[in-house]
Design a protein around this ligand. Structure first.
Ligand code: G6P
Length: 612
């Protein structure tokens, strides 16, 4: 969701904030704004559009200041326009505030403020909060920090906020509940942001705020308290990302860079976890729960979006090899439908960002019910890894493209390792087989390398289908979740309507859609369902659908029927999701670029969905 950057220190705040906003723009990108404390007065600029639009309007203006904050928005309350953009100023001009999250009891608070004479310019919940803080401040004759604390105690909802008070311009006040905030520590300066990407070029010492924390940040001093005014000892952590990780490195888009990074990112996920002779896999983050996991009677996986698709692959893997029943839940449904969770259940939350509101809520619910909760997350230090009992980091590196690619393959890699460990420990996979499977897993990056060489070929197919308005993705077994993921990828970035289905299920509905204008993408590599999927290909061909098939190198049967084939190297069946998804990512990417879509920042989407 929204991106937040704040700075206080000895340098010019403006370039730090504007560059930080550009780095955070992947989180939200419908409007942007900044407030600076220059020459003893606040300078506020905000407008609809990209951070670069904001920057262009500011080019000729004086931006000299040593403290300030900026925001890039993903609209929740109120359409994207100049007035609704953050920062918001309180009615009497005492406070400025930037906010990521949602104030749920906004209408009650607004009514009370209106009764006390407050008027509002925007349609946002954020403006209500900044006015509430001002009201409490002026009425109580208290300092800014106390006013923020009192106001937040009246708020129901989620927030990561930074507050600036014109009467106390030597400080920024930051607070969090359910929306992430991280503070970078420099020498005589502090950086505040909703994730580490704007901070990493200045410092790698950071403090992650916990829920209900308030930080009072001055140039040379930081104090941390709870909403209940108890002093906290800040825990300083070291960032594990580098500045090179968040650049495009010569690629036209982050998404393309991230697709091409997959051989390396999968290797990073495997690194240090597989014995050189393939006889062992060790996931350090699970050591403490390994016995519980091995003896689990049931595993529940909760996730959203692409991570949910990874979870579905996880179900197939874990049931196939570990023979433990697995249920895969949309986190948003799980949290509200009164699910049955037993104390001996293992709940696995999968999340790239580690911040998705629904997944985090599922974690909390599962913990409350006494289950053992594990996380599979990419962003180190994010909320889910901090709240789970144990877990595994995917180590895919920062993923900036809103449509997830390398995070998915990293998640599936972790789930594959877990399934192999459990399958072996539970005696369903022989040692000989285990070693062979591990060897094959290690070879996946080489195979993806070969698939990436087909980029041009895939681009040519994309050119033929770039005007499509609908499409169907079909797969069976391990490749069914890949069909879902392929369909999601094309929807997200090219706005082509797409449906993913288990191939055999097609005849129970989607087949009605097939005519000579319908592209149907089959994920049909050689596995135990191959013969069956050949029949499904025939069914589509008989209705003149246009067939694009991902097949195993040397395939002749489907190749003779399909309009286009993309051949990929053979692999063991359980590794199919890791290889077959790559051509689908490339296909979506090229189609979206050819349609002139903003690939890295698709309309209406956000990278990290911190509201429910
Ligand atoms: C958003 C993103 C998706 C992502 C989903 C879950 O919708 O646009 O790409 O899969 O959130 O995010 P998570 O960080 O929990 O994996």
């Amino acid at each position: 969701m929204c991106g937040i950057v704040g700075y206080i220190g000895k340098r010019q705040a403006y370039p730090i904030i504007i560059n930080g906003l550009k780095r955070l723009e992947y989180r939200g990108y419908d409007s942007a704004g900044i407030v600076l404390w220059g020459n003893n007065q606040p300078i506020l600029y905000k407008q609809k559009g990209k951070v670069s639009d904001l920057e262009n309007s500011l080019n000729a203006l004086n931006t000299e200041a040593y403290v300030g904050m900026g925001h890039t928005r993903w609209a929740t309350h109120g359409e994207p326009n100049d007035v609704n953009a953050h920062p918001h100023m309180s009615m009497n001009g005492k406070f400025f505030l930037i906010h990521n999250g949602i104030i749920e009891n906004y209408s009650r608070l607004q009514k009370r403020l209106k009764d006390r004479g407050y008027t509002f310019r925007s349609e946002t919940d954020t403006e209500i909060l900044v006015n509430l803080i001002e009201y409490v401040y002026l009425k109580g004759g208290i300092d800014a920090e106390t006013a923020v604390r009192h106001a937040l105690n009246k708020v129901i909802g989620a927030y990561g906020i930074v507050v600036f008070c014109v009467d106390e311009p030597d400080k920024l006040i930051a607070a969090r509940k359910s929306s992430p905030l991280v503070i970078g520590i420099g020498k005589g300066e502090y950086f505040i942001a909703s994730d580490a990407t704007p901070i990493v070029e200045y410092t790698n010492s950071v403090i992650y705020l916990n829920d209900n924390d308030i930080a009072i940040i001055k140039r040379c001093e930081l104090s941390l308290k709870t909403l209940g005014n108890e002093e906290q000892i800040p825990i300083v952590q070291t960032l594990d990302i580098e500045i090179g990780d968040i650049d495009k490195q010569g690629f036209d888009h982050f998404m393309l860079k991230e697709i091409f990074e997959q051989p390396r990112s999968i290797m990073d996920t495997l690194r240090g976890r597989i014995a050189p002779d393939n006889t062992d896999i060790r996931l350090g983050g699970l050591f403490a729960v390994m016995d519980k996991l091995t003896n689990a009677r049931r595993i529940i996986i909760a996730a959203c979006g692409t991570s949910w698709h990874a979870g579905l692959v996880g179900e197939y893997l874990l049931e196939d090899f570990a023979r433990i029943p697995v249920e895969v839940e949309y986190a948003s449904e799980f949290r509200y439908r009164n699910p049955i969770i037993n104390q001996d259940d293992i709940v696995i939350a999968i999340s790239q960002s580690g911040e998705t509101a629904d997944t985090l809520a599922a974690v909390r619910l599962a913990k409350e019910k006494g289950a053992t909760v594990l996380g599979i997350c990419n962003v180190v230090g994010s909320s889910i890894p901090r709240e789970t009992d144990a877990g595994v980091y995917t180590h895919a590196g920062p993923e900036i493209g809103v449509a997830s690619t390398k995070a998915f393959t990293a998640q599936v890699t972790v789930l594959t390792m877990m399934a192999l460990i459990l399958g072996h420990r539970r005696g369903h996979i022989t040692t000989e087989m285990f070693n062979k499977m591990v060897e094959e897993l290690r070879d996946v990056p080489n195979k993806i390398e070969k698939i990436l060489q087909k980029n041009q070929e895939i681009k040519e197919i994309a050119a033929i289908y770039k005007e499509a308005t609908n499409s169907i993705y079909l797969g069976r077994g391990y490749l069914f979740p890949v069909a879902l993921e392929g369909a999601l990828k094309i929807k997200e970035i090219s706005y082509i309507h797409a449906e993913g289905y288990p191939a055999a299920e097609m005849k129970h509905g989607p087949i009605a859609l097939i005519d000579e204008n319908m592209p149907v993408v089959f994920i049909a590599t050689k596995d135990k369902s191959y013969e069956k999927i050949v029949s499904n290909v025939q069914e589509v061909k008989a209705r003149r659908g246009k067939i694009i098939a991902i097949v195993t190198e040397g395939d002749t049967t489907i190749s003779s029927m399909a309009d286009h084939v993309i051949e990929i190297p053979e692999t063991m069946e359980f590794l199919g999701p890791l290889t077959t998804v790559v051509p689908l990512q490339l296909l979506s990417y090229h189609i979206a670029v050819m349609r002139g879509c903003n690939v890295d920042q698709p309309r209406n989407l956000a990278k990290s969905v911190t509201v429910e």
